[in-house]
Unconditional design. Structure first.
Length: 318
């Protein structure tokens, strides 16, 4: 079972975009959902199909649509594997340490495939992440979740030894320089995505500027007064949305004085720029309002919240 830590590959981009999100979420319980549980189940079925295709138990309880999704995800992996290159190592659902970035940090990669190309004397390292969402497609390019999985793979002593052995390297040669890195997002319901890193991009990730950017993001998130910087991407899966003052601050100002004369004195038409500014924030505003509604419903299900009461399908004021 995957564990959930304050900084991990799956939440890293949130920490980078909004450093204060780590402190905001640190005391909040992790909440799952039917979508997350279904995704975990489908991940397991893909793993079963890849590692033991003769065992038909992977298909039990799946809908026709889910069966096709699992088959397509497994087929993507097998197509990578069934090439003219030698299969050196296959890894599935393995947790890699990222303690070189921060104590206790780790990430669980869905699949890692290492192939050897004799013609170039290099090892291809493929890192694959399966996603079963039906919303917005996820891109592999510049995907920090995948990059951190790749770092865990590259820094693993066993992987380094495999590359060193296959490529017949001397003790003073860096194994990563005899590899090519390929990062994959497999989305059976949407569109697959692949990022083949250039040698310069791989060097930047392992020893250069990209690595420094990652380390600085971790330092920023650990600052006691780390800033909260709301955005659609940063806030999407943040559990602190309903009570976040920084997110609340993006809403249009509302006069709460209750003084009718004062309110009337302030009435004026919004400018085009003000209207455009509100419209441009509609996605994050809608996301925030939805989280507020869910928060109030949860509070009501456990007791009371302000002067609201829980009614079938709708929560209204008394």
């Amino acid at each position: 079972m995957k564990t959930h830590s304050l900084i991990s590959p799956s939440n890293f981009e949130r920490r980078m975009l909004c450093p204060g999100s780590m402190d905001a979420e640190k005391d909040l319980p992790y909440k799952t959902s039917i979508h997350a549980e279904t995704g975990t189940m489908l991940h397991d079925r893909v793993n079963q199909l890849i590692t033991d295709s003769s065992n038909r138990s992977w298909i039990e309880g799946l809908s026709n649509e889910q069966e096709v999704a699992v088959v397509n995800a497994a087929a993507y992996y097998n197509n990578l594997k069934n090439t003219c290159f030698e299969v050196v190592k296959e890894i599935h659902e393995e947790t890699f340490s990222l303690k070189f970035l921060m104590d206790g940090m780790q990430g669980t990669a869905d699949s890692v495939l290492i192939l050897y190309d004799e013609d170039t004397n290099t090892c291809q390292i493929h890192v694959i992440d399966y996603k079963f969402g039906v919303g917005v497609p996820v891109k592999a390019h510049n995907n920090y979740q995948l990059m951190l999985y790749a770092l865990g793979v590259y820094m693993h002593p066993e992987i380094s030894n495999i590359v060193r052995y296959k490529c017949n390297l001397g003790s003073n040669q860096q194994p990563f320089r005899f590899t090519t890195a390929h990062l994959h997002i497999v989305q059976p319901y949407l569109q697959n995505s692949r990022w083949d890193l250039t040698p310069e991009e791989l060097t930047s990730l392992v020893t250069g500027s990209r690595m420094q950017l990652i380390k600085q993001a971790i330092v920023n998130a650990n600052e006691p007064s780390a800033m909260r910087i709301p955005s659609t991407k940063a806030c999407q899966f943040c559990r602190a949305k309903p009570t976040c003052p920084a997110l609340n601050a993006i809403l249009p100002a509302v006069d709460k004085s209750g003084d009718k004369n004062l309110i009337e004195a302030k009435v004026r038409l919004l400018t085009d720029d003000e209207i455009a500014s509100i419209y441009e924030r509609k996605d994050i505003i809608n996301m925030y309002l939805k989280s507020i509604e869910e928060y109030i419903k949860e509070r009501l299900s456990k007791g009371e919240f302000a002067n609201y009461q829980l009614r079938p399908k709708l929560s209204n004021r008394k």
